[in-house]
Design a protein around this ligand. Structure first.
Ligand code: PDD
Length: 286
């Protein structure tokens, strides 16, 4: 039985209950994080907690816990659940009010929820053949840098891919690549890794940072700059990155092949660097 954490208690998931007046339920008024755990060790925890703080600041919600307390609670969830590799989900909502009112309640206790799911990394076939994606205009709000629980636009956009038998929806705004419905997107052209800059139009991905660090470490030329829609479509390679999918090659977009239509050589290198880096980090923690 899955054990979760809710408002100060570890309990079986079936017993975890939240008020119907919770602002997370009524307004999507909350912040969240998804943290991959390898060999029972949270990966890039400090970075995830730093981004969480940025989201909380952005939605004007006080962080209920210190970094030490978060680390202890996340460790508690990891220890109480099965599996060496897990995906920890945490969310903080503004809490339950007595009436439905857009304005923030004067006094309210935030709702804190943490759960763990098995970390299911993509099947090897997706790496070997690559995945198919569709594109859509990025119709989200202008604070995509905040990891909030208001994800309806992302869900609708991801569903476009699912309906088309694809894995991800790549978003373009004003002629530029922003990100995926639930991932960051990179392009490779003539051996150069192209990454959209971290602005308020995309989530500052933790995996995105790892990929750029690995590129620098291994001498892969990079350009962090606006990537035009035409450049993305004409790229030699396209990748999606996220905490749960790691790095995946996108080999078709809107039914057209990307590059040769096969995962490219730069992807293969990055994938190997990523796996090697994960191993190193996990060993260093021992
Ligand atoms: N999503 N952009 C969006 C819109 C995302 O939802 C995510 C991740 C990313 C990648 O960020 P990171 O590398 O830090 O996981 C980019 C998570 C996995 C989710 O919502 O489940």
């Amino acid at each position: 039985m899955t054990t979760v954490y809710l408002n100060g208690q570890f309990l079986p998931i079936a017993e975890a209950k939240v008020s119907a007046m919770d602002r997370g339920f009524l307004f999507g008024d909350g912040a969240y994080e998804v943290i991959p755990v390898y060999s029972r060790r949270p990966f890039r925890l400090a970075e995830h907690l730093r981004r969480l703080q940025g989201t909380l600041d952005g939605i004007r919600l006080a962080n209920p816990y210190s970094e030490t307390e978060w680390t202890r609670l996340i460790g508690g969830i990891v220890a109480r659940n099965e599996g060496e590799d897990q995906s920890v989900y945490l969310q903080i909502t503004r809490g339950a009010d007595t009436k439905r009112n857009h304005a923030f309640p004067a006094r309210v206790t935030p709702t804190v929820y943490i759960m763990s799911e098995p970390l299911v990394t993509p099947p090897p076939a997706q790496r070997e053949t690559g995945i198919a994606a569709v594109s859509a205009p990025d119709v989200r709000w202008l604070r995509c840098d905040l990891k909030t629980t208001s994800l309806l636009a992302n869900c609708l956009l991801r569903q476009l891919a699912i309906a088309a038998g694809c894995v991800e929806t790549i978003l373009f705004r004003d002629g530029c690549l922003t990100e995926g419905a639930a991932s960051n997107i990179f392009a490779v052209k003539n051996g150069v890794l192209l990454a959209p800059p971290k602005t308020h139009l995309m989530l500052p991905g933790i995996t995105y940072d790892v990929v750029l660090e690995l590129a620098e470490k291994h001498g892969l030329p990079c350009a962090v700059r606006d990537v035009l829609e035409g450049e993305a479509r004409a790229a030699d390679e396209l990748w999606m990155t996220s905490s749960t999918r790691e790095v995946l090659p996108i080999t078709s977009l809107d039914g057209q092949p990307i590059g040769t239509g096969q995962p490219g050589p730069v992807f293969r290198k990055m994938y190997a660097w990523y796996q090697e880096f994960k191993q190193t980090v996990m060993r260093a923690g021992e």
